[in-house]
Design a protein around this ligand. Sequence first.
Ligand code: MIC
Ligand code: SF4
Length: 639
Amino acid sequence: MNVAQKLISTHLVSGNLRPGEEIAISIDQTLTQDATGTMAYLEFEAMGIPEVRTKLSVSYIDHNTLQTGFENADDHRFLQTIAAKYGIYFSRPGNGICHQVHLERFAKPGQTLLGSDSHTPNAGAAGMLAIGAGGLNVALAMAGEPFYLVMPKVVHVKLTGKLRNGVTAKDIILEVLRRLTVKGGVGKIMEYGGNGLKNLTVPERATITNMGAELGATSSVFPSDEQTRAFLKAQKRLADWTELKADADAGYDEEVIIELDKLEPLIAAPSSPDNVKRVKEVEGMPVKQVCIGSCVNSSYADLILAAKILKKHKVHPDVSLTISPGSRQALHMITKDSALADIISAGARVLEPACGPCIGMGQAPPTGAVSLRTFNRNFPGRSGTANDKVYLCSPLTAAVSAITGKITDPKNWVKGQGARVALPEKFTVDDSMIVPPLKKSDKVVVERGPNIKPLPVRGALEESLTAKIILKVGDNVTTDDIMPAGAKILPLRSNIPAISEYVFSKLDPSFPSRAKSAGGGVVVGGNNYGQGSSREHAAIAPMYLGIKIVLAKSFARIHRDNLINFGILPLTVPADVYDALQQDAEMEFPSLAKDVRESPGVMFRDVNTGVTYKAEHGLSERQRQIILAGGLLNLVKRK
Ligand code: MIC
Ligand code: SF4
């Protein structure tokens, strides 16, 4: 068996390991963050279970840290008190970004992790099976329920040789994105192997597993080897280490070979993480903003890499450079060894260890300017500036370009000094910002500010339906398009009526009012509809506006699950049907519930032209029950 198969088979609850079939796996650990956590815990609370049933559950505060009104601060109180009540570790604001902190302090080889954030596979760097999911799935995992997924294909990404100077782990994953694109990983686990692995430290591996999310992959995983052991030992967690390797005769469904010696510094151009070019191709382009940090490339080693470059230099006067460490541990360590002093001397703006600019929580770039970021996503407008020009690159390329004021290939800057940072023998371990679960929690009173509104639910699936196409969109529409984030909208994550006013607001601000006045309707999407984040708000808020069905050429995994969980029926249509469907046309689904109950497809017809169409639902028996009940919460309550 390969590593992925070993991880799945040791957690298998139902199904078998044939790609394409639905399986269920048991979940050892969960993580939530504040932007998805409020919903996840409201959902968990509704299940009426006294305490989490996982081995470990952690609630992180890292996204909504900008407190421009009462909303985020109130949500933090809600999350802290609910964690205390239900036996959940609580990582306080300031302690760092969930994925970095989880890798440092909790990730365990051989275990499973389900997180309400799409970059949860970051922990796959330590040999875990880590998967991103909607909040409701995470709530169910906390309740001890298994997680259902389609058995993925396993892709062997074989890394051979050694990285050259100026080339980093970021360039490896950008190369994978260049070759496979943002939908190349859908239905797959990316398993890394080959002799190139032995030189890659766990933080470097995390750069790769983190951005597996941008491939649409179910997860990404590395074996647990000597590097993993060294990392856990340095984190004072040697007892958590176990070896996990693929068998010598392990088979894979697909193979990708990357010769590390041949890689060059790469960069993802606006506005998709797979729009990858060689840095050389865009060299010289003036840059106005450089951001180092986010949940990827914000480890101690990444920050040291940047600090080494910045030392004895000044940030170009036209550039605003921000540094957001991934964790308090990383910030503490660069402070102790004076790398922070080098960063400050160079003229960087040092931000708190949180998501910050990555999710438009401040630092929106200037109009028309190029912003160079070490982040994982550059979806249009995500930075907070309309028509933004965000490029994604390594911390080396970012730091060098911050000095020169233009996109610059770092190769000539790192000659002799090497581009690698060795794993420290000891990380600074201080878990005092992680509040452990209480022994006696029955007296805890959950604090609920006025922004926390009850979760809306819909009724059972309609027997028949006539509905208008409220919006038709193209390929690769992201959850940032469907339910935008940013400093203004994110504080409404625990208030569905308020946040629903922003559904599709970047693509068509009239969407919420048109949906409401039509009494709901249908959305038509292209390929890979709903790629990107795990935010279930991209399903709950449209459901609240009355959206009943999404007809698309194909769906991203997490978003499709979220649609089903909240009773929106995802239907796939072939390209010619997609082409024929027009915005504002009225569609009739004469036997909707019956079709879902009894057949693999759903018939519908254009009310004006009379043309009939067929769409596939591809639902498993379990998913059919969810859709017929009008969502998973209705079904859970019934049970
Ligand atoms: C993101 O990177 O888009 C987020 C914000 O972390 C999301 C979660 C969310 O929307 O709260 C994700 O990646 O799942
Ligand atoms: Fe936070 Fe950005 Fe990472 Fe999402 S991708 S968890 S917003 S840092």
